[in-house]
Design a protein around this ligand. Structure first.
Ligand SMILES: *[C@@H]1O[C@H](CO)[C@@H](O)[C@H](O)[C@H]1NC(C)=O
Ligand SMILES: *[C@@H]1O[C@H](CO)[C@@H](O)[C@H](O)[C@H]1NC(C)=O
Length: 500
């Protein structure tokens, strides 16, 4: 009996200790005003391939993610795909219900290029798809929710990949034609446009290490080419909007970039800046810096490495002629996807294969074992990093307008009590508020994600939703998790409620 009681006592103590520790790890103290600005916009995000299903409905053409999940199912952790997913293509009303419950100010979703143009080309224009998104946009507006539209979120039309996808500069004009189609059809109601989502990821994984479709293995070469064509396609679409639509439609066009923030155990500012340039700067510097072009540190390193490898030109393309100026300043806001951070130091031995982004970067990343980890093995709760990256953007890019377009937490989805997601949400909202109080020009925050969805290589094993989706029911019912109630309270009060 005594033994039992003492065991109980120790277990209770331990539990308290662990619980306290968790709260401390994933929290951030407040600095300044507790209120978000009155016009600050709160929203949630999704992406077409991850939720829509209807992969061949109403004339939709295949995308590289349809091809990949069909031909290589073993590369997805649970061998699943997005054929049906949360079936949002047929069940948008259920998503709308959740959006209304949350009382979000905006909803970020993506349009599937291969629905609008099944072959990627204007000749295949599909009116049923145009109608579908018109319906979505109308319903959002009717309910006071601003649509925030991503034009491209990983799902490249397969036919465009057949001619090289992002490594063929033909993509620039193909994307502009598609973008103009969207501006013409939806620009009367959509005022916030995001051209591309996370170019670093689809370029590095799709054309570098070949872990994503189209599985082109050409690290340090085709990934940089993909980034170069992405920047040009983005800028060309932005310039088209400015010359043909901005005056009458009055919207904003930006791009969504993802980056971690970096810390140094030795307070080495140079290595932090190097890491920021190789991650955020690779895409942000050409658009948002005063000088334009790629970060100097990358131009120098990759030029030198290329020479050592016996090449006559750098693997990092240089903007020739007028492109540097077309890309520079080609965005009304920076969309930021922030999830986590790392410690960084100069590499102790050469990283990755030669050539590769990893070899060029030449740094070692690590984590703090005290950081709380999500179900995803790369995702640690580091709210200080969000505050840090927002201040970096403020100082580096002339305090450009920022919309946080993704930020979220994964778990394995057992049960609806998702306290760790609430901790993550609370601490990251605090980071945003601290940054605003410190003069950062942040205009909106978007949680990833509205509903549980297809998490790329992890299939349905890692859940990010504020709402659970019953994947074994043909109706795919959405059920609010505890975090949905917490976020609704944030939006109503425009403050950060205390925990539990
Ligand atoms: C929000 O209000 C601030 C302060 O009044 C203003 O400077 C800013 O332009 C507004 N932002 C938006 C997105 O309307
Ligand atoms: C999911 O749907 C199935 C089939 O309709 C049902 O049997 C099950 O109880 C549902 N699960 C949950 C958690 O609601």
């Amino acid at each position: 009996m005594i033994k039992l009681w003492s065991t109980f006592f120790v277990v209770t103590l331990l539990t308290c200790f662990v619980a306290n520790n968790v709260a401390e790890q994933c929290s951030l103290s407040a600095k300044g005003s507790p209120n978000f600005p009155a016009n600050f916009s709160f929203g949630v995000a999704t992406a077409a391939y991850q939720i829509e299903g209807g992969w061949n409905a109403d004339g939709k053409g295949p995308s590289i993610w349809d091809d990949f999940t069909h031909s290589d199912p073993e590369k997805i952790r649970d061998k699943s795909n997005g054929d049906i997913a949360a079936d949002s293509y047929h069940r948008f009303e259920q998503d709308l219900q959740a959006l209304k419950e949350l009382k979000v100010n905006h909803y970020r979703f993506s349009i599937a290029w291969s629905r609008i143009y099944p072959t990627g080309d204007i000749s295949s224009r599909n009116q049923k798809a145009i109608d579908y998104y018109n319906h979505v946009i109308d319903k959002l507006i009717a309910n006071g929710i601003k649509p925030m539209v991503t034009m491209f979120h990983y799902d490249l039309p397969s036919e465009i990949q057949k001619i090289g996808g992002f490594t063929n500069s033909l993509l620039i004009n193909q994307f502009v034609v598609y973008a103009i189609e969207l501006f013409e059809n939806y620009g009367d109601r959509v005022k916030t446009w995001i051209t591309f989502n996370e170019p670093y990821d689809y370029c590095h994984n799709g054309y570098g290490d070949a872990t994503y479709p189209p599985q082109v293995y050409a690290p340090g070469v085709a990934d940089y080419l993909c980034i170069d064509n992405t920047l040009k396609a983005h800028a060309a679409a932005y310039r088209s909007y400015q010359s043909r639509f901005a005056k009458t439609q009055g919207g904003k066009v930006g791009i969504t970039l993802d980056s971690r923030y970096f810390f140094s155990k030795t307070n080495d500012e140079d290595v932090i800046d190097r890491a920021m340039q190789y991650n955020l700067g690779l895409l942000a510097h050409p658009i948002f810096s005063k000088t334009g072009g790629y970060p100097d540190v990358m131009i120098m390193d990759i030029g030198a490495n290329s020479q050592k490898e016996g090449r006559i030109r750098s693997r990092l393309p240089s903007f020739k002629g007028k492109w540097r100026d077309i890309v520079k300043g080609s965005a009304d806001f920076l969309g930021l996807n922030y999830y986590s951070s790392r410690y960084i130091k100069p590499a102790s031995k050469p990283n990755g294969v030669s050539p590769s982004w990893e070899r060029d970067f030449n740094c070692d990343a690590s984590i703090d074992p005290k950081w709380l980890r999500a179900a995803s093995d790369w995702l640690y709760c580091v709210p200080e990093g969000l505050e840090g990256i927002l201040k970096f953007i403020r100082d580096e890019y002339d305090n450009v307008e920022v919309i946080i377009t993704e930020n979220g937490w994964s778990d394995d989805g057992t049960g609806l009590i998702d306290d760790d997601r609430i901790r993550y949400l609370k601490s990251h909202l605090q980071a945003v508020l601290n940054a605003i109080n410190d003069g950062c020009n942040v205009r909106g925050y978007t949680t990833w994600s509205l509903i549980d969805n297809f998490e790329w290589l992890r299939g349905y094993t890692e859940k990010f939703g504020l709402y659970a989706v019953n994947m074994s029911s043909p109706n795919r019912e959405r059920t609010a998790k505890k975090s949905a109630g917490y976020y609704r309270e944030v939006i109503q009060k425009r403050q950060i409620p205390s925990l539990f």
